[in-house]
Design a protein around this ligand. Structure first.
Ligand code: HEC
Ligand code: HEC
Length: 349
């Protein structure tokens, strides 16, 4: 990218001088780091595609809104129609506070406060001079692909399943989804983790919502404590006080936590965090190591208070085949109890 790069970076540096009178050269290397904040929504470089935001290849000194195949907001479209061109100055203003500078833009990003960050990221963007194989070409590639595939109506009817639709899941797909762990330990992955390792993981990944000691922040769920509160008016149902099986802890954390970033923990991380949650509930010592080997030896205190639902076997149910639906009580009906006002809904803040 040699020569053109130098020229463009030079132009950016010159524009920076014009903007604030300083003679600092723009630093595209640092701009690359700043671009980390943009990369969740924008791609650049070879094969860059549109994500939530358009690909940003070769957009410097081009009219705004010119990436082919991207559906811009009305606000950006309007600015483009009014002649907005992306140069160092217009980008600098836009990137400082996109939503203020262009009300209605779909770029839901607060902006870059630091002028150095803005100039450097613009310098970084200026290094992507070619449109690369983006939208237009890849759209074309996609559409030929689509044409070559048979129409659904012509496809052979699959013989599997009840509805005869779709295809059978591959063993790999099933393995990826089939992660449930049962109370007897069936389904546990091999591995282990210590409560000590769990401390750091928990502090960095869970404490913000569940509290440093599992006491819960704000209204996020409490994970520890509450022992002997189940018969109180407001029981504290935690892993230690209420949950029947440790397998639920492992399964749930692996499947669903940290909230918003589920499935990001390794199997060993989940062992370590589960061990630490046991420790927070005073059920093991701090040097405890939980593994697929000793997992089913751990019993939670409330397990035996869960009973199987055997109502269907109770004599009253067994004897009465058809429940009485009318005139079941002789004489006039009497009110013997009134529902208490439970008042469990928290007041609005
Ligand atoms: C949360 C997602 C998101 C983030 C983060 C984000 N953008 Fe955007 N960006 C968008 C979207 C969506 C658009 C299209 C805006 C519209 O249509 O109103 C856009 C548009 C743009 C445009 C105009 C492109 C054109 O073709 O006219 C530029 C330039 C831009 N973003 C640069 C950046 C830079 C640089 C960063 C990081 C500092 C960044 N964006 C961060 C979502 C994002
Ligand atoms: C961003 C906040 C947040 C973070 C971080 C977070 N959680 Fe949660 N957690 C929640 C919410 C919200 C729920 C309730 C979800 C629901 O009921 O659907 C929950 C529920 C739980 C529960 C079930 C509690 C119960 O009694 O029903 C456990 C166990 C749990 N989280 C463990 C963890 C662990 C372990 C981590 C760290 C790896 C973690 N969480 C990180 C927000 C969070």
């Amino acid at each position: 990218m040699g020569k053109r790069f130098t020229t463009l970076a030079g132009a950016v540096a010159l524009s920076l001088t014009l903007l604030n009178g300083a003679a600092n050269a723009a630093d595209p290397e640092h701009g690359k780091l700043v671009f980390g904040q943009c990369a969740g929504c924008h791609m650049v470089g070879d094969g860059a595609q549109h994500r939530f935001g358009p690909s940003l290849n070769a957009m410097l000194d081009q009219p705004a809104g010119s990436a082919t195949g991207y559906d811009y907001s009305a606000a950006l479209q309007k600015a483009a129609d009014e002649g907005l061109v992306w140069d160092v100055e217009t980008l600098d203003e836009f990137l400082q506070a996109p939503m203020q500078s262009m009300p209605g833009t779909r770029m839901a990003y607060p902006g870059l406060n630091s002028e150095t960050d803005r100039i450097d990221v613009i310098a970084y963007l200026s290094t992507f001079t070619s449109q690369a194989a983006t939208s237009a070409e890849s759209e074309q590639a996609k559409s030929t692909e689509v044409e070559e595939r048979p129409l659904a109506a012509d496809a052979e009817l699959p013989s599997h399943g009840v509805l005869h639709i779709g295809r059978e899941a591959t063993p790999d797909e099933i393995t990826a989804w089939d992660i449930d762990v049962r109370p007897d330990g069936t389904g546990l992955p091999a591995g282990s983790g210590s409560a000590i390792d769990g401390t750091d993981l928990y502090d960095s990944q869970c404490a913000a919502c569940h509290g440093v000691f599992g006491e819960g922040e704000g209204r996020w769920p409490i994970l520890a404590g509450g022992l002997d509160t189940l018969t109180e008016e407001r029981p504290e149902k935690t892993i230690g006080s209420y949950w029947p099986y440790l397998s639920t802890v492992y399964d749930y954390v692996r499947r669903a936590m940290p909230f918003g970033n589920a499935r990001s923990l390794s199997d060993d991380d989940v062992y370590a965090i589960t061990a630490y949650l046991l420790y927070l509930n005073d059920l093991v010592d701090e040097d405890f190591v939980l593994s697929s080997e000793n997992f089913s030896e751990i019993r939670l205190p409330n397990e035996n208070n869960f009973i199987e639902d055997d109502r269907a076997l109770e004599p009253a149910f067994v004897a009465i085949a058809e429940p009485c639906m009318s005139d079941c009580i002789e004489g006039e009906a009497k009110i013997t109890q009134r529902a208490r006002i439970l008042d469990v809904t928290p007041d609005a803040e």
